[in-house]
Design a protein around this ligand. Sequence first.
Ligand code: GSH
Length: 235
Amino acid sequence: MALSPPKIFVEDRQVPLDATSDPPALFDGTTRLYISYTCPFAQRVWITRNLKGLQDEIKLVPIDLPNRPAWLKEKVNPANKVPALEHNGKITGESLDLIKYVDSNFDGPSLYPEDSAKREFGEELLKYVDETFVKTVFGSFKGDPVKETAFDHVENALKKFDDGPFFLGELSLVDIAYIPFIERFQVFLDEVFKYEIIIGRPNLAAWIEQMNKMVAYTQTKTDSEYVVNYFKRFM
Ligand SMILES: N[C@@H](CCC(=O)N[C@@H](CS)C(=O)NCC(=O)O)C(=O)O
């Protein structure tokens, strides 16, 4: 099913819960997505929720991770991480599992095409993103030029289906999996290494431009200054 235009639904950000905050009324039937406003993994699930128009069904619970409440580990997620989704009396973690879970178990436009060739390529790209792309680019901050290969891989992947500017032609979970990291890498590599990831990569440039037209995504973006300062720790 083709994706209908996203609802323009801009939410105010709430003050994140910290070590002094009480937990929400856990397992009261409310569906809650525990995030940090700066976490790229949590951002994937947050974008998925927004694109499917689930702002009322899935309540966001922002956490102040550096000063996180003890109940995050004790009562919500034994891994002590975000994202975590509280739904139907249980908690699930892991962003790549969660975006599929939210897409399959809630209303709203489907974010994964039915076409088997697209799904097969989608699975390949979902495997590549955390196992190779993110690791390779973070590794390059220490001065290794292999970041070129990782962005070229993305550029070539974007050429595969020409029925739209997205990885699988139409917008899908694959775009959602990559954008939080590409957003951050673009800012950081430009600011610190004067390396512009879109130069010589027209498909990547067009894709970033399209992503930035979606309020469901743009309202989840992290402040550039924060990204630059935070990523310096990986140099
Ligand atoms: N593989 C996990 C990674 C989640 C993750 O590392 N989240 C970070 C924030 S961006 C976190 O909660 N870190 C807290 C910690 O490691 O103590 C996923 O994809 O959801």
